[in-house]
Ligand binder design. Sequence first.
Ligand code: NAP
Length: 261
Amino acid sequence: MTTGGSRPGTDGQFVLLLGGTGEARELAQLLLAAQIPFESTLAGRVERPRLPVGAVRMGGFGGVEGLVEYLAAREITAVVDATHPFATGMSANAIAATNQAGVPLVRLERPGWSGRPDASEWHWVQGHDEAASAASNLGHRPLLTIGRQHLAAFVGPLADAEVTARVVDQPDLELPARWQVLHSRGPYTLEGERNLMVDARTDVLVTKDSGGSWTWPKMAAATELGIPIVVVRRHSEATGTNVVADAAAALDWVRTRVIEQ
Ligand code: NAP
């Protein structure tokens, strides 16, 4: 399903913006303001997604082959992969499909938190299984902020813990009786995060290395309250791809690498 109008291209350029992040929405605004024809796409997994400005297509392409076909059918001249740092399946597909189709690709990825001075205090883990095990060793009242897709990894190790699991949409698996599901969506404030952790008597925070400032208040609140933080590392797929860190740099890439060539 596409909303927001048909292809407006006049100069032969048409950008596909793989979205689902604040940075993607920001870039959509910049592209619109710069009058560069583009279309955003969202996976369509969230019930009420925040929509970017401009035309939006909902739903996957059908793997690499589907995306290759889509690039040709829509005569896409450049792709910006602005999906979440943990949406590694889509990023891998974007690399493979643009290589096959000979379409230039840039990865817009906000920097992770690993470079921060306080990061050395955190418990860095390689994946959700390891995060579950670390959380069960560190506390009895974890706050899980890793979304709903990977909650299954925590159910066994934290079956007897007083878990607060914060999610946007209802998880599609049965959760232990002692778990509380908290439906909410950011942005969050430091005060709100502090209140949540105090009220829930949180003794360990579990997060992905999402990076950026959007979800930072929980990290600040946990640090302030002396709560240990388990951080799931990124597994970047962008090796060998152009990578930019913010929407303005992605717009520059679109302009210099695509529009002016
Ligand atoms: P994923 O595992 O990398 O992607 C799974 C499949 O969903 C892809 O193969 C693709 O289906 C479809 N898809 C994903 N992003 C798409 C997009 N922007 N446009 C069209 N199809 C897309 O991704 P995920 O981790 O499930 O994340 C889904 C979406 O939520 C992403 O767009 C991401 O930016 C956003 N998001 C993810 C997280 C997270 O922690 N993972 C957090 C916040 C937002 P086909 O193979 O059929 O093309």
